[in-house]
Design a protein around this ligand. Structure first.
Ligand code: 8IG
Length: 277
């Protein structure tokens, strides 16, 4: 028997920012670290970056913190880590992403970002594994997210909350990343609901409306991060060419393998970016 999960975020009477504040207090209590400066969400392929950016001083199973859910997918590590950077700054590393396709609602999707903001983080680094529409992006290519198209038809904002999304993916941080690796390309990220991959026709639609990257995360999180006042850096690891762009069917296994092969290169890139923040 599965024990029914209760999550205060599921109660519409609960203020999600209250839950995020309590979560941040729990993280401070568990780590003894009063404030974090930067937060990173590590998507598929990016997991090892936590080991390279600094010294992990505390690892917390995410489900011990209010509002977080147990990981839905094998290979998605459900931990929160406090990492001491060489600069003396503190990073909160979120290895516990709740995807929109899990159907737990958008509050749970963005809870980690709101919690990161409540711990004090001013910079939010969002990473993911994704499909590429540009032919030149072979599997294993990291790309900067320059903007997004949110195709979920949902928003983390509740009520008449109007938030500007101009320069959502900070030009300043993209320039900083390019100063570390001048070969970094950038593109517009389309968040689809998933969990199925796109049809080739949907990929052509994404291309026609200005998309270059297709994925199942990040856009909703970026909106919540902006609402919380954070500066955002988004990076995708292209693990596959999008459906129809590559001639062979997409397989989750192939995606995992491309991530594994690219991991040393992209994680050291990310470590150098974090060191330069
Ligand atoms: I990894 O091709 C990965 N995630 N939507 N499409 C979408 N998400 C993805 C893809 C892809 N590859």
């Amino acid at each position: 028997m599965l024990t029914p999960e209760t999550n205060p975020l599921d109660d519409p009477q609960t203020d999600p920012f209250d839950v995020a504040r309590i979560a941040a207090e729990q993280i401070a209590a568990a780590t003894g670290v009063e404030r974090h400066d930067v937060a990173l969400t590590l998507g598929s392929g990016w997991g090892k970056a936590a080991d390279l950016i600094g010294e992990t001083t505390h690892t917390i199973p995410a489900q011990e913190i209010i509002g977080f859910s147990a990981p839905a997918l094998e290979g998605h590590v459900g931990t929160l880590r406090s990492v001491l950077l060489p600069s003396g700054k503190r990073a909160l590393v979120i290895g516990a992403r709740t995807h929109y396709y899990e159907n737990h609602g958008v509050r749970r999707v963005v809870h980690s970002v709101r919690t990161a903001a409540a711990t004090g983080a001013k910079t939010m680094i969002l990473t993911n594994g994704a499909g590429g529409i540009k032919q030149t992006w072979t599997p294993g290519t990291p790309v900067l997210i320059s903007d997004h198209i949110n195709l979920t038809a949902d928003s983390p904002l509740e009520g008449a909350t109007f938030i500007d999304l101009t320069d959502l993916y900070s030009t300043r941080l993209r320039e900083l990343a390019k100063s570390i690796d001048s070969s970094l390309d950038e593109g517009v990220y389309c968040q689809f609901r998933g969990p199925h991959y796109e049809t080739p026709a949907e990929v052509q639609m994404a291309k026609a409306i200005g998309g270059h990257i297709v994925g199942m995360s990040t856009a909703l999180e970026a909106i919540a991060a902006r609402q919380a006042g954070m500066e955002i850096l988004g990076m995708s690891l292209i693990t596959n060419l999008a459906a129809g762009i590559q001639k062979t069917p997409l397989s989750h296994q192939e995606v995992i393998e491309a991530g594994r092969e690219a991991e040393p290169v992209i994680t050291s890139l990310l470590a150098r970016i974090v060191a330069a923040l």
